[in-house]
Design a protein. Structure first.
Length: 387
């Protein structure tokens, strides 16, 4: 367990550990190790890294260089602004922008040597026209939708790209599609997507192909030329039905700021939704929903009656349940199980780590680990290790 008083000055967020409510530790060595292990599973395909949403909450500025040092040469972000940040710390790599190509932004892409992911006729038209006018065949990816109905050309539009003269104006560097539910074994949509993508490859055999996200890498025959893991790099379980093969990356600790004893029947927190079943000791922790810890992890009597999960944290090595609602800046824990004297004011509380992984936090809040990671707030003292 970390001792808050001995923390070195954290960088990134720039908030000293003793002035913050919580401490977020990002293990860059674990991110690099996860990338290497995914690359080994990729059957010789290139392993890229998806670093959208500030590298899933871990921080583009240190995560992208750590992945680059590990050997990663291709990155995907969602927004042009994220691509500019990635370019700022990584002058060499190929950087693709997944969320399409907005009108009038071609100059920005060209200026920073970024690659749009083109998913509509209008986008292809505009990039081809820009490249023709400039006289440079700049690279771009082509995104074909094989079942998500969200982003990308339709399958017939994708198949019709074979022989399309616009593809000579720019460099079609990647042909990609995205899985609907690769983490769900036996989802029939996955097999249809694999088949549709194989037909696309046959129609456009000269373009490098990419289909797999984190979970997709664990399916047979989906690696093609390049894989695009995100979640698994950051310690999320890409195979939710099986034990997590990835190393944990993120650790979140709050600290106990008050302890109190309450009698049976007393309630804790806003709206009195949790009542003590007997005498209880309550610890108040300095992290809340404004830090990105979901309010949906609140512990209420109604949830307990319904058998729904609520949040847990580790105090002095013991798992303790939440008591009452998660508030903006505070969480209240039932620490009755912690022996007398084993917990005191200022002690650390593990909210993520020591066996509580991001997938579990997601389940306990009725959501997925992706949302937990990317929602982690900007109020924590941030510390990177293993860089
Ligand atoms: C987010 C995203 C990924 C990464 O998905 P994970 O499930 O986090 O591995 C890959 N491809 C596309 C198109 C995405 O939007």
């Amino acid at each position: 367990m970390n001792d808050f008083s001995s923390m070195e000055t954290p960088h990134g967020a720039g908030i000293p550990a003793l002035e913050a409510g919580g401490l977020l530790t990002v293990d860059l060595g674990a991110i690099a190790a996860n990338w290497r292990s995914l690359r080994e599973r990729a059957n010789g395909a290139e392993a890229a890294a998806v670093v959208k949403a500030d590298a899933y909450g871990t921080g583009i500025e240190h995560t992208v260089p750590a992945l680059h040092r590990a050997g990663c040469r291709t990155f995907f972000v969602a927004h042009l602004s994220e691509a500019a940040r990635a370019r700022g710390v990584c002058p060499e790599a190929a950087i693709y922008v997944l969320n399409g190509f907005l009108p009038g932004t071609a100059g920005t892409y060209a200026g920073l040597a970024l690659r749009p992911v083109l998913g509509s006729q209008g986008e292809i038209e505009e990039w081809a026209a820009f490249c023709r006018a400039e006289g440079t065949r700049r690279p771009a990816a082509l995104h074909v939708d094989t079942g998500m109905n969200r982003l990308g050309l339709s399958l017939p539009e994708g198949l019709a790209l074979a022989g399309d003269p616009r593809l000579t104006a720019f460099e079609p560097a990647l042909l990609m599609s995205h899985f609907v539910g690769a983490e769900e074994p036996g989802n029939p949509v996955t097999a249809r997507q694999i088949e549709a993508f194989a037909a696309l490859r046959r129609a456009l055999p000269e373009i490098r192909a990419s289909l797999a996200n984190s979970s997709g890498i664990f399916l047979p025959g989906t690696q093609h030329d390049l894989v695009r893991p995100g979640y698994a790099l950051y310690g999320g379980n890409p195979t939710p039905e099986r034990p997590n093969p990835m190393r944990p990356v993120v650790r979140l600790e709050g600290r106990v700021i008050q302890l109190r004893e309450i009698r049976a029947g007393e309630t804790v927190g806003y709206n009195g939704t949790w009542a003590a079943q007997g005498p209880r000791r309550i610890a108040t922790v300095s992290v809340g929903y404004a830090d990105g810890y979901p309010r949906a992890a609140s512990a209420t009597d109604a949830k307990a009656r319904a058998g729904s999960a609520a949040g847990e944290a580790i105090v002095a090595g013991i798992r303790c349940p939440f008591a009452g609602r998660v508030s903006m800046d505070l969480i209240t824990l039932d620490v009755t199980a912690v022996p007398d004297g084993a917990v005191k004011r200022g002690d650390p509380v593990t909210l993520i780590g020591d066996g509580i992984d991001i997938d579990e936090v997601g389940r306990r809040a009725g959501t997925i680990g992706y949302e937990i990671l990317t929602g982690l707030g900007r109020r924590y003292a941030l510390r990177t290790v293993g860089g």
